[in-house]
Design a protein around this ligand. Structure first.
Ligand code: CAA
Length: 282
């Protein structure tokens, strides 16, 4: 099956990046937000990123214009009715995601593949909210989407071979390296990343070292681009907590138990870069 038109539900940090890379790969893209104001903000984010890609010499001005022309914004899910593949990137909340999947299932033709960008929730549960569980899978992108080369693909026990192969080919046309993960908490990357971030916070709580020293240790000793505190601030501390809680909830593995410091920082509204303060001030 050939993918021509792609839908992206949600134009936040992840959705806008996903819409951008799809348009840059030549697909027609419809991207939605819940209202016009958020849509305008999301589309603005895409324009800024496209401009940055030109500035950095990654694409030409003509490529930027061609990509921008392929993107259409909407505040109505009905506008996804002609999409061959839809990637959901709404808030990380299972009930909200199930509502989106159930609505898309009614709007879209039988051939449409429905994918979720979830980083921690069960794709099988989303599939079960539709009448086409064989055509539902996970396509987990990494932030910043236009820069990070990985696409983690989640295949459930219900995903058909055809849907899997079509989505995998699609991911490769975006220029991403695709890895296959099962529908288990955190898939591959967050199964390892989340305990690492939580352990760093626990180490800080226990007075092992300062956050600056821990970050430097990881950057300079392991060649990571960011230390765990810088990375947690970049992801958003609320998101880190949400993912950890969702993973803990499913398997009760203490590796995923969030430290009190993280919970308190989120309660205090120190969410990282997006609020101007997390472990560091921005
Ligand atoms: N389009 C295309 N390319 C772009 C671009 C854009 N809009 N913006 C920047 N780039 C390119 C730059 O040209 C540069 O490319 P080269 O290396 O070829 O020169 C590269 O991207 C890096 O850009 P910058 O120089 O602006 O930034 P930097 O060197 O400070 O790196 C960073 C920034 C990419 C964020 C880097 O710090 C990094 O990789 N951090 C770790 C990010 C990470 O771990 N992300 C995953 C988070 S976890 C997640 O997303 C999943 C989850 O479920 C929680």
């Amino acid at each position: 099956m050939e993918i021509k038109k792609v839908g992206v539900v949600g134009c936040g940090q992840m959705g806008s990046g996903i819409a951008e890379v799809c348009a840059r790969a030549g697909y027609e893209v419809v991207v939605s937000e819940v209202n016009e104001e958020l849509l305008k903000k999301g589309l603005g984010r895409i324009q800024t990123s496209l401009a940055k890609a030109v500035e950095r010499g990654k694409i030409s001005a003509a490529d930027r214009d061609a990509a921008w022309e392929k993107i259409r914004g909407t505040a109505h899910l009905e506008d996804f009715s002609a999409c061959d593949l839809i990637i959901e990137a709404v808030v990380e909340n299972l009930e909200e995601k199930k509502k989106v999947f159930s609505a898309l299932d009614k709007i879209c033709p039988a051939h449409t593949i429905l994918a979720s960008n979830t980083s921690s929730l069960s794709v099988t549960e989303m599939a079960a909210a539709t009448s086409r569980p064989d055509r539902v899978l996970g396509l987990h992108f990494f932030n910043p989407v236009p820069v990070m080369p990985l696409l983690e693909m989640v295949r459930t026990i219900l995903t058909s071979n055809e849907a899997y192969q079509t989505a995998r080919n699609f991911g490769e046309t975006l220029g991403k390296k695709v890895i296959l993960a099962p529908d288990t908490p955190g898939f591959i990357v967050n199964y390892l990343l989340v305990p690492f971030l939580l352990d760093a916070i626990r180490a800080l709580e226990h007075g092992l070292a300062t956050k600056e020293e821990i970050d430097q240790g990881i950057v300079l000793g392991l060649n990571h681009p960011m230390g765990p505190f810088t990375l947690a601030d970049f992801i958003g501390l609320d998101t880190v907590l949400y993912i950890a809680d969702a993973m803990y909830q499913e398997v009760k593995d203490p590796r995923f138990a969030a430290p009190v410091l993280l919970r308190r920082m989120v309660a205090a509204g120190k969410l990282g870069r997006k609020t101007g303060e997390g472990f560091y001030k921005y």
